[in-house]
Design a binder for this molecule. Structure first.
Ligand code: SF4
Ligand code: SF4
Length: 388
């Protein structure tokens, strides 16, 4: 039986957070004394520059409460993250993390130092480069944010670990794995490696910030913050994700990392094998949480196998910049793994998108700091939706 802790937490008040986080660890049977003398890699979702209350990044006060608890129990916390485009230093500086890192005197791991993690149990990717800091740590504390996601349906504990890979390597994986199912399988290989691949395996604790979640077209600026009022914890990240998705009333069958995770048997193999401790699920469930639209079964079935220029342009949404919002920052150009985005042709214009090359990974949507990119349906897409 897998134990998942569910706790009500309605805001980022520091005392309340501390109480809830300690209670969550107790619920899952994780003794705080294990922090004593331990090097603790703390991995938030710090994908990009975003406001604390955007629902996009793990709230800095959540991070603060965790690192304080680690320190108060004799541990040595280390911030480990590798944002997609910006340097980690810039993302820290431009978010509420700057104040926390300074005040709490937290060391930050160098994201350019990588080491290869080997995991024989992986289905396909048995050797993955990740931040070396995870190898040096005694305990890994993951702080996922619960969000919708246009490719993986949700992002939580499993998807968080994609950030263990160095910056632009992540974009390359999108290019190598344009099929959403393949990408989810890779994420599960990585999750399995982080959970079982170290020799000896390290304790990996997932403490999810689902207080202010993200609904709609997540995981970036296209989504909308939404109160879920929950902190979810466990040693089984797939069970943690399942609990969050159930709280939000989402369709588990559309979440490939949960469905595939159960099948792999990395933890619970069935929902019946998950025991929720703490708050009753029905006390926190909300009925109208809005999922991302980019991951229907229909779209998955047809998006990538028929990956021709004509098919894509007729049937698959393309990312289109809004000239009224785009500031020309160029982040989409930098992150595009396919090299499909060029500099604007005219001054004060938007970047040039080549939809013949674009693989529809939507990394650009994810990274755009202005929310200036929208998915525009292909010309015959509506027809297929009616047929489907
Ligand atoms: S243009 Fe956007 S969606 Fe297309 S390949 Fe580049 S990053 Fe991905
Ligand atoms: S579309 Fe977004 S990321 Fe690209 S240049 Fe404009 S504001 Fe920047």
């Amino acid at each position: 039986m897998t134990i998942v802790s569910l706790a009500r937490c309605e805001n980022y008040d520091k005392d309340e957070l501390r109480r809830v986080i300690e209670k969550s660890l107790a619920n899952i049977g994780f003794d705080k004394s294990r922090f004593n003398g331990a090097r603790v890699a703390v991995k938030p979702n710090l994908l990009t520059v975003a406001a604390d209350d955007s629902g996009i990044i793990t709230h800095p006060e959540f991070f603060r409460a965790v690192v304080r608890m680690v320190k108060d129990n004799g541990g040595i916390p280390l911030l480990v993250e590798s944002p997609a485009v910006h340097s980690l230093a810039r993302v820290i500086k431009k978010t509420g993390y700057d104040a926390v890192v300074q005040k709490e005197a937290i060391s930050v791991a160098d994201p350019s130092e990588v080491q290869t993690l080997h995991f024989k149990g992986a289905h396909r990717f048995k050797h993955i480069d990740i931040s070396k800091a995870y190898f040096d740590a005694d305990i890994i504390l993951c702080l996922p944010k619960f969000k919708t996601h246009g490719i993986t349906y949700i992002t939580g504990a499993v998807k968080l670990l994609f950030g263990a890979m160095p910056g632009m390597e992540k974009s390359k994986m999108h290019l190598r794995l344009p099929d959403h199912g393949d990408f989810a399988e890779f994420l599960l290989d990585l999750y399995g490696a982080m959970t079982f691949g170290f020799d000896p395996p390290k304790p990996v604790v997932h403490l999810m910030d689902a207080i202010l979640a993200l609904e709609g077209e997540g995981p970036g600026q296209g989504g909308r913050p939404r109160q879920l009022n929950a902190v979810i914890a466990g040693m089984d990240g797939i069970a943690v994700d399942w609990t969050a998705a159930r709280l939000a009333g989402l369709d588990i069958a559309l979440a490939p990392t949960i469905v595939g995770g159960f099948e792999r048997g990395y933890g619970a193999g069935l929902p019946e094998e998950i025991r929720i401790v703490g708050e009753l699920m029905e006390n926190l469930q909300i009925p109208d949480f809005v999922p991302a639209t980019g991951n229907s079964l229909f779209a998955n079935a047809f998006r990538w196998p028929l990956n021709t220029r004509t098919f894509k342009n007729l049937f698959v949404e393309r990312p289109v910049p809004d000239p009224g919002i785009c500031t020309g920052c160029g982040q989409c150009i930098k992150i595009c793994p396919a090299g499909a985005i060029g500099q604007p042709k005219k001054a004060k214009s938007v970047p040039e998108y080549d939809y013949g090359i674009c693989i529809r990974c939507y990394c650009c949507l994810e990274i755009c700091p202005e929310g200036a990119l929208h998915k525009k349906p292909g010309r015959l897409q509506r027809l297929l939706e009616i047929v489907g």
